[in-house]
Design a protein around this ligand. Structure first.
Ligand code: ADP
Length: 404
């Protein structure tokens, strides 16, 4: 089946058309600067030079969806002859609160619940809802499925999702750990089991999704049992510009000592902290940090070492949570590409049975084993594919509902 995957932000819309039978991408692209002027459209056809880019004004998300559908169905450069060839649309939805434990067929009732979750992700959920509405306008008869960043973590046990605050605040306001990057953690943990030649039910994996945003998840038999991001994606390990876990009193101290407002401090913790802040605002990009480290830059080394230390700490904690892990898997921009991050992390885990194969770590690409044959805990580098995960979950939902 051909599934159109839509990842809608407040001013951008990423799309990908996937043939799920063969797990291949047919075309992909991006609508940029929606609603803010100076719009730009990108359309890439895999294995063909029919793709193009052009400036287009996108006053709203409806125009963005119209533009991409016209591109896909264009008689000359399109990839389908009619919109009816698209079997379903899979929408990425950031926050499903504790309402959704998996991907869901979108009904008017489901739309209302997604809208209710907007106060948990005010920057993301309203845009996701807008994306669904815009697609409905152009494809009123096409099945739509919502796939949630949070859903995979709904299996967290109570002891892992509760914070040490009065229980009434969980009950009244739903303050709890939700976790994010669910599609990636689910996809990569399944791929890890597949590459090990085992059933996912028999594998304990620690998935390290290290991108600009980053999170680590303990997966036991295909179920997320703990994850480093929390109530929001600010929690957990140090990220490109996000601080990760902090003593909450630091927020208070920063307000008092810097004279910044609470909102300004929260902005600082989201956009000027992490690797960027620790490196004296040098860069949030791990390639820049790695190059600067090679040149002996102390600020870059400080940021790199702190980043590695926190990852090691979380992996150690999750090994304890799982009662020992069969595998550690690195994924996303840094996890897939940075052999030096993987090396520094794994070398510090030697005492826990992790033995990296330097040759395999430094060479090769794609999904692969990078630990030695004698390593008690296997280590893998596996590319994540959130869009493929959304497309496959979409088909799964339709199969269950007998819509295919
Ligand atoms: P996100 O989706 O959260 O924006 P990505 O998964 O695309 O993030 O990862 C972005 C990060 O990956 C950046 O910090 C970038 O430096 C890093 N990255 C990409 N390629 C490499 C590489 N070859 N070596 C080290 N880091 C890399």
């Amino acid at each position: 089946m051909k599934v159109l995957v839509i990842n809608c932000g407040s001013s951008s819309l990423k799309y990908r058309l996937i043939e799920t039978d063969t797990k291949t991408v047919i075309c992909k692209g991006l609508c940029e600067r929606i609603g803010i002027g100076g719009g730009h459209f990108k359309y890439e056809v895999i294995g063909s030079d029919n793709g193009y880019e052009k400036d287009v004004e996108f006053p709203d998300h409806n125009t963005a969806v119209d533009t991409l559908i016209k591109a896909i169905t264009d008689p000359d450069k399109g990839v389908v002859s009619d919109v009816s060839e698209i079997g379903a649309v899979g929408h990425r939805i950031v926050h499903g609160g504790d309402k959704f434990t998996g991907a869901t067929y979108i009904t008017p009732e489901v739309m209302s619940v997604i809208e209710e979750c907007s106060d948990l992700a005010p920057l993301h959920n309203p845009a996701n809802v807008q994306g669904i509405k815009s697609c409905r306008k152009v494809m009123p008869d096409t099945a739509m499925v919502g796939v949630f960043d949070t859903a995979f973590h709904q299996t967290l046990p109570e002891e892992a999702y509760l914070y040490g605050i009065p229980y009434e605040y969980y009950e009244k306001y739903g303050i709890r750990k939700f976790g994010f990057h669910g599609m990636s953690h689910e996809y990569v943990s399944k791929e890890t089991a597949a590459i090990m030649g085992k059933d996912v039910k028999d594998v304990k994996t620690i998935v390290c999704h290290l991108g600009n945003g980053a999170s680590i998840t303990a997966v036991d038999g295909g179920r997320s049992v703990d994850t480093s991001m929390g109530y929001t994606p600010l929690d957990g390990i140090i990220m490109g510009t996000r601080c990760g876990s902090l003593d909450p009193e630091i927020v208070h101290a920063l307000v008092e000592k810097t004279g910044k407002s609470l909102d300004e401090v929260m902005k600082l913790l989201n956009f000027e902290s992490g690797v960027y802040g620790l490196s004296d605002y040098m860069s949030s990009d791990m390639r820049d940090i790695r190059d600067a480290c090679k040149n002996g830059n102390m600020a870059a080394k400080r940021a790199f070492n702190t980043y590695i230390y926190v990852i090691v700490k979380y992996i150690g904690a999750y090994m304890a949570v799982l009662g020992g892990a069969d595998a550690i898997t690195f994924t996303a921009g840094i996890g897939e590409n940075s052999s030096s991050v993987r090396k520094q992390v794994c070398d510090r885990l030697k005492g826990l049975g992790v033995e990296l194969d330097d040759e395999a770590n430094n060479n090769g690409h794609g999904a692969r084993l990078i630990s030695t044959a004698s390593s008690k805990v296997k280590v893998y580098a596996i590319p994540t594919d959130e869009e493929m995960s959304i497309a496959l979950s979409t088909v799964e939902v339709l199969n269950k509902q007998n819509k295919v």
